[in-house]
Design a protein around this ligand. Structure first.
Ligand SMILES: Nc1ncnc2c1ncn2[C@@H]1O[C@H](COP(=O)(O)OP(=O)(O)OP(=O)(O)O)[C@@H](O)[C@H]1O
Ligand SMILES: [Mg+2]
Length: 141
């Protein structure tokens, strides 16, 4: 497992762009405390695919964005936030497995540990920790 330290929101965003450039899986699971940068990195990944309007899906569980990048195999970015979920049922109802099984989708899941039993083996997990300074974040991936 690799790890980097970022010291600003912008650096975490940029790391998201880099991760998107060299994607190893269509499913990315993000874990880490409240305010640790999960939505920030998602915005960076989205930016790589030409999506500029990502906002946290905490209250709606899932948001779908069309990618705007030419020649990309990825056509949709599906952003999920499990923070408020008690069980997997809500995601079953939404049809998450259909989204997962369509490799034109890039699925990014905040609080992914809550549903890791249901995620494919090749899911890439990215873990966030707060550093010692206010704007420091340790990102393991
Ligand atoms: N190095 C950093 N990387 C990312 N965010 C940072 C950093 N330093 C400070 N911040 C601040 O931390 C917050 C990160 O918020 P973000 O919404 O990305 O967290 P989150 O992990 O998605 O939280 P939640 O679990 O509530 O969804 C922002 O307010 C951002 O300005
Ligand atoms: Mg968030």
């Amino acid at each position: 497992m690799k790890s980097i330290k970022t010291t600003s929101l912008e650096q975490t965003f940029k790391f998201g762009e880099k991760l998107a450039e060299d994607l190893k899986s269509n499913i990315i699971g993000l874990n880490g405390d409240l305010g640790s940068g999960k939505t920030a990195i998602t915005k960076g990944i989205g930016d790589y695919f030409g999506i500029k309007n990502i906002t946290s899906p905490t209250f709606v569980v899932m948001k779908i964005y069309k990618t705007l990048k030419n020649n990309s195999k990825i056509k949709n970015l599906v952003h999920i936030d499990c923070y408020r979920l008690e069980t997997y049922d809500a995601l079953l109802d939404i049809g998450l497995s259909d989204y997962i099984n369509d490799n034109k989708n890039l699925i990014i899941i905040e609080w992914a540990d809550k549903i890791s039993d249901y995620l494919p083996k090749d899911t890439i997990y990215v873990n966030f920790r707060l550093g010692t300074h206010e704007n420091e974040r340790i990102i393991e991936y």
